[in-house]
Design a protein. Structure first.
Length: 100
């Protein structure tokens, strides 16, 4: 199961987008028996992108990724038997854009 939804708003010099990504449990390894099958755990992720046009050819922008900072992980057979859990943290980029 995979879902990607993006909502955007633009008015005048402002542009903004928020994105939601979902990936359900996915089979990663096949064990010798069904109860030994390994799965990656379902996860969600929220991202944000903002831009403001200061002049007609100059703008400032920022992107924030993984706002929710929810863990990604793996398990054997059921989530009761986790084998991995990782937090990647959020990241933010800030920049300026000049169009010639």
């Amino acid at each position: 199961q995979i879902a990607n939804v993006t909502l955007g708003y633009e008015k005048g010099a402002f542009s903004g987008r928020v994105s939601f990504n979902y990936q359900g449990d996915a089979l990663q390894t096949v064990g010798l028996r069904e109860e030994l099958d390994g799965y990656s755990k379902a996860f969600t992720r929220w991202d944000l992108a903002l831009e403001y046009k200061v002049f007609s050819n100059f703008s400032i922008m920022t992107n924030v990724n993984n706002l929710s900072n929810l863990p990604e992980g793996a398990f054997i057979r059921t989530e009761q038997f986790p084998t991995q859990e990782e937090y990647f943290g959020w990241t933010m980029d800030f920049g300026v854009r000049y169009k010639f």
